[in-house]
Ligand binder design. Structure first.
Ligand code: CDP
Length: 233
C-alpha cells in the first residue's frame, strides 16, 4: 500500500452507475474518507415527505422547505458498518434508499436552497482533504478544484439491473421497468436543472463500467492515481 497525497477525489455520474460502491472501495484502499452526497439529498427528501412539504405529485411547498432547512439536523454517523445517515438521533439509512424517496429526490435536489444546504456540509467535510465524494456536481460545482475527477457511466439496462438487484437484496419487490423509468427520469431532471446540473467536468476521467467488475474498476483507479501523482513503487 502506498500513501497518496492529501487530495479531494470527485466521483460524478448518472444514477446507479455504481459510484458509491466504487468510491467506498477506493476510500478503503487509499485510506480516504468517503462521503455520499446523494444521501444528504435523500435525507432532505425523506424529511420533506414525512412532514407534508412535498406531495405525491412532487409539488413542493418551497417556503416550508426553506424554513425546515434552517433547523434540520441531518448528519452522518460513523458506525462499525460504515457511516449512516441520521435525522436528529434517528438512523434513516434504510428509509432513504426506497423507491418512494428515489421518485421525489431529483425535484427536491433541484431547489437552490436545498443545494446550498448540502453544499455547505460537503465543503466543510472536504476542507480537511483526503476525501472521496460521489454525486452529480462534485467536480463541477462543489469542488471544481478537486485534484482528481472521475465521471462514471454505464448502459441503462446494466444500471437498472444493478439497482433492481440491490433493492431485492434489501427485501423489496420492485418492478424492473419502474426502476429503469426512475433512473431515466432522475438523469433527465438532474441534467436539466438550473443550478449545478449533472454534466461531465472538462478535466474528468471517464469510467464506463458497463462491462467491468468492481475489482477491475479499482485496478483502473490505482493505475490512474499512480500515473497522475507519479507514484512509482
Ligand atoms: O445512488 P444513485 O446514483 O441512484 O443516487 P444518489 O447518489 O443517492 O443521488 C440521489 C439523487 O440526489 C440524484 O438523483 C440527484 O437528484 C441528487 N443529487 C444531486 O443533485 N447532486 C449530488 N451531488 C448528489 C445527488
Amino acid at each position: 500500500m502506498y500513501r497518496i497525497p492529501d487530495i479531494v477525489i470527485a466521483v460524478d455520474g448518472y444514477s446507479s452507475t455504481g459510484k458509491s460502491s466504487f468510491a467506498k472501495l477506493v476510500a478503503k484502499e487509499f485510506s480516504l474518507l468517503y462521503l455520499d452526497s446523494g444521501a444528504l439529498y435523500r435525507g432532505v427528501t425523506l424529511y420533506a415527505q414525512e412532514n407534508g412539504i412535498i406531495d405525491g405529485d412532487n409539488n413542493i411547498d418551497e417556503p416550508a422547505l426553506k424554513k425546515a432547512l434552517e433547523s434540520l439536523d441531518l448528519h452522518f454517523l460513523s458506525t462499525q458498518q460504515g457511516s449512516v445517515m441520521c435525522i436528529g438521533d434517528r438512523v434513516v439509512e434504510k428509509e432513504i434508499r426506497t423507491m418512494a424517496v428515489s421518485s421525489s429526490v431529483s425535484p427536491i435536489a433541484a431547489v437552490p436552497a436545498v443545494r446550498n444546504f448540502v453544499d455547505e456540509k460537503l465543503r466543510e467535510a472536504g476542507a480537511k482533504k483526503r476525501v472521496i465524494m460521489d454525486g452529480r456536481d462534485i467536480g463541477t460545482a462543489v469542488f471544481p478544484d478537486a485534484e482528481l475527477k472521475i465521471f462514471m457511466t454505464a448502459s441503462d439496462e446494466v444500471r437498472a439491473q444493478r439497482r433492481y438487484d440491490e433493492l431485492v437484496a434489501k427485501g423489496d419487490n420492485p418492478d424492473i421497468n419502474e426502476v429503469l423509468k426512475n433512473l431515466k427520469e432522475r438523469d433527465y431532471i438532474d441534467s436539466h436543472r438550473e443550478m449545478s446540473p449533472l454534466t461531465q467536468a472538462k478535466d474528468a476521467f471517464v469510467l464506463d463500467n458497463t462491462n467491468m467488475t468492481l475489482k477491475e474498476e479499482v485496478t483502473w483507479m490505482e493505475g490512474l492515481i499512480r500515473g497522475k501523482f507519479g507514484i512509482l513503487e
